[in-house]
Each structure stands twice: as C-alpha cells, then as structure tokens.
Design a protein around this ligand. Structure first.
Ligand code: NDP
Length: 232
C-alpha cells in the first residue's frame, strides 16, 4: 500500500516484528527506538516515548523521510510488576507514562496531518491483561485498559474524518518482556491458553497489519491471544 508508517519501540520484540511486517508489505516504515537501533536496514529514529519533544522530533524525521505519517503503531511498553502493597508510586506512574500517556502523546502528534489527509490509522498495543486482569500488574493492566478508552474516544472524534483507532490485545508472546519467566510460570500461562503455546511476535504483527489495512474497523479491541481472554 506504500504508506508512511511509524512504529514505537520497534528495535526488538513485537515492535520490530510489526515494523518488518509493514516493510515487507511495501510500506515506508520509521522504526523508533529508545536505547539501541533495530537490526537490519529499517529507517530508525531515536525516540523515548515519555518525552514529548522526542516524539515530535521523531515525527519530524519520519515526515521528512517518508512524508506525513498515515499509520501509527503505539507499541512501546514496560512492566514493573509488584503486588499492590509493595508497588511504589514510581512503579505505577512509570508504567502508565510509558504504556498509556505515551500513546496519547504519539496520537496527538500524529492526528493533525491525518486530519489534513482525511485518512489515518492509529493502532494501540494493549494486552489481554487489560481485559482479564493479572495479580501483580495493577499498574500495567490499568494502563493497558486505559488504551481502550483512549481508542474508543478517538474513534468518536475521528471516524468522520477517515481516521480509525483500534486496540490490539496480545496474550503471552515470546519476547524479552516474558523471557525471564521460569518453566513453571510458563507452563501455568500456557495452561490458560486454549492454543496451548505463546504467540510469536510475527503473529501479533500480522494482526496489526490487518487492522491498519481495514477501513471499516474502528473502536475495536482485537484479542490475539490464542483464546486466553475469551469471555472478557
Ligand atoms: P519488549 O520488552 O521486548 O520490548 C519493549 C519495547 O518497548 C522495546 O523496544 C523498548 O525499547 C520499548 N520501550 C520501552 N520503554 C520505552 C520508552 N520510554 N520509549 C521508547 N521505547 C520504549 O516487549 P514486547 O515486544 O513484548 O512488548 C511490546 C508491546 O506489547 C508492549 O506494549 C507490551 O506491553 C505489549 N505486550 C506484550 C506481551 C508479551 O507477552 N510479550 C503481551 C501483551 C502485550 P528499549 O529496547 O530501548 O528498551
């Protein structure tokens, strides 16, 4: 489709797979990263999504190289797990800032050009935890659930202007984020997944590309979790 696409947190894991999937489909991709650039030949731009100025600069670079951004994937995310009694204010606000407030920052920077073009795609990477909850993740689940309200409100604001806003909610996916779990935890998670195994990042990326291609899909929450959050 040859669109200008920007993906945050695209140097590894799901974000890298998403960036590669768009590039493979022929789109012009800007892969933003915080610490280290992505491997390969993606057009890479530094961007800490907790910094409004950095988000602005990354969009400037993307626009210069590839033209106005037509597809944004707000993917960057962190966890800082702790049971409620042990969770610090920093654990809570840090996770909300990176997973939720950053998505708002990125959307706010992206939307004016989309309004001018009368088309755009906003895709927010949430989690099945947003729907089902998870002990030790009140910060993360709250932030990821917040993305649903954000996307649905944007849908009401922007749908008449040709801009969609959707949420993709992955389940347990094999990336660095989940690499530290021990075998027992892994088995417990897999037991809750009807498909019986974690997702690979490319399987999440395929759903993101589908959402970005769809014109009449907006305000949706698409679970990509092997059935783990069914019924939520
Ligand atoms: P990884 O830990 O592998 O990658 C996280 C990415 O986010 C990295 O690129 C990281 O950059 C980036 N990032 C973190 N903080 C910032 C920041 N302040 N500014 C810019 N980039 C930042 O995680 P995943 O690939 O697994 O996760 C990607 C998304 O998918 C996240 O939103 C996550 O919550 C979500 N998700 C993951 C699931 C899983 O099981 N893996 C399940 C459900 C949702 P850097 O390399 O510089 O740290």
């Amino acid at each position: 489709m040859q669109r200008s696409v920007l993906v945050t947190g695209a140097n590894r894991g799901i974000g890298l797979a998403v960036a590669r999937a768009f590039a493979a489909a022929g789109d012009r991709v800007t892969a933003t990263y915080r610490t280290t650039p992505p491997p390969g030949d993606l057009f890479a731009v530094a961007c800490d999504v907790t910094d409004t100025g950095a988000v602005d600069r990354a969009f400037n670079a993307a626009e210069q190289r590839h033209g106005p951004v037509e597809v944004v994937v707000a993917n960057a995310g962190i966890t800082r797990d702790a049971l409620l009694a042990r969770m610090s204010d920093d654990d809570f606000t840090g996770v909300v800032d990176t997973n939720l407030t950053a998505a708002y920052r990125v959307a706010r920077r992206a939307v004016p050009a989309m309004l001018d073009a009368r088309r755009g795609r906003l895709v927010f990477i949430s989690s099945s935890v947003a729907l089902a909850g998870e002990a030790g993740q009140v910060n993360y689940a709250a932030a990821k659930a917040g993305l649903i309200g954000l996307a649905r409100s944007l849908t009401r604001e922007l749908a008449p202007h040709g801009i969609t806003a959707n949420v993709v909610a992955p389940g347990y996916t094999e990336t660095d984020m989940t690499a530290a779990v021990d075998e027992q935890q892994r088995a417990a998670w897999c037991a809750r997944i009807p498909v019986g195994r974690p997702a690979q990042p490319a399987e999440i990326a395929a759903a993101v590309v589908f959402v970005a291609d769809a014109a009449y899909l907006t305000g949706a929450v698409l679970p990509v979790d092997g059935g783990a959050a069914m019924g939520h």
